[in-house]
Write a protein that binds this ligand. Structure first.
Ligand code: NAP
Length: 259
């Protein structure tokens, strides 16, 4: 299927690794010129080089913290009029809510709610004027099914989801399409770090923890980032105009519901 987005430009936040990288690569494979971003310069250059070699599109590198005003400004300077925006940032860590003070909450809300909203605000009027825009927010299955240790994620991402539910309907008539992708367990650095933490506490090996997590998923394995990237590319495609304000769960069937 031709996704109909060759030659367009995308900003993909937090994309040197993991799910963000997979979205940037999948878009690049469709001929989209991408602006990629992360805080670690060496990782950004390596990923940019890989995407260029694999696809031949233009890849612009922005080394910046997306959760800061300066970081967002740097991305918008690199691509002032993007056709596609993929919002992503590091997720908040686990813990007990009794240990989180106001600053911890402000950081989580800034990274996972306010930053994507400010980037949407900065780009959406251009999309409306050009009558094409695609915005995908990478959130989490925690929006659908709260995870006990991830209260910061449960709370901050629910705020973004509520905002997007309203805005997506207000801009849909202009061929500006906003949706959220909700990852379950995908095999990325983030999940390997959390599995290593669990291994340290439980006395099981890292491989045993990863196998235990895979066994909890109906598909019987963790998700692979490229599967996530392809779903993102479809939601950014010319065929997605009628998919508005949805929360697409990619979790191998882990969240069981009848409808
Ligand atoms: P990952 O493999 O750890 O990759 C995170 C990427 O984001 C890296 O490129 C990292 O590079 C960049 N990044 C982090 N904070 C940033 C910041 N402030 N500014 C710019 N770039 C930043 O993580 P992932 O697994 O792809 O997760 C992506 C998102 O999905 C997270 O919010 C995570 O909570 C959520 N999620 C993931 C899963 C999963 O199973 N993987 C499940 C549910 C939700 P630098 O560190 O160099 O900046």
């Amino acid at each position: 299927m031709d996704l109909g987005i060759s030659g367009r430009t995308a900003i993909v936040c937090a994309s040197s690794k993991g799910l963000g990288r997979a979205c940037a690569l999948a878009l690049a494979q469709e001929g989209v010129n991408v602006v990629i971003n992360a805080r670690t310069a060496a990782d950004v250059s390596r990923t940019a080089e890989e995407i260029r070699d694999l696809t031949g599109v233009s890849v612009t590198e922005v080394v910046a913290d997306i959760t800061t005003p300066a970081g967002r400004a740097a991305l918008l300077t690199a691509a002032p009029t993007p056709d596609i925006l993929v919002n992503n940032a590091g997720g908040p860590g686990p813990g007990d809510f009794r240990d989180w003070d106001e600053a911890v909450w402000q950081d989580a809300i800034n990274a996972n709610m306010i930053t994507p909203i400010l980037l949407i605000k900065a780009t959406i009027d251009g999309m409306i004027a050009r009558r094409f825009g695609r915005i995908v927010n990478i959130t989490s299955r925690s929006v659908k099914t709260p995870l006990p240790a991830l209260g910061l994620s449960n709370g901050a991402r629910a705020g973004l989801t509520g905002f997007v539910a309203g805005l997506s309907r207000q801009v849909a008539a202009h061929n500006v399409v906003i949706n959220n992708l909700l990852p379950g367990p995908f095999e990325t650095d983030r999940i390997r770090t959390s599995a290593a933490r669990e291994a340290g506490k439980s006395g099981l090996s890292l491989d045993q923890i990863m196998a235990k997590r895979a066994a909890e998923i109906p598909v019987g394995r963790l998700g692979q980032p490229d599967e996530f990237g392809k779903a993102c590319a479809f939601l950014c495609s010319s065929h997605a105009e009628f998919i508005i304000g949805q929360n697409l769960l990619l979790d191998g069937g882990g969240f069981a519901s009848t409808i």
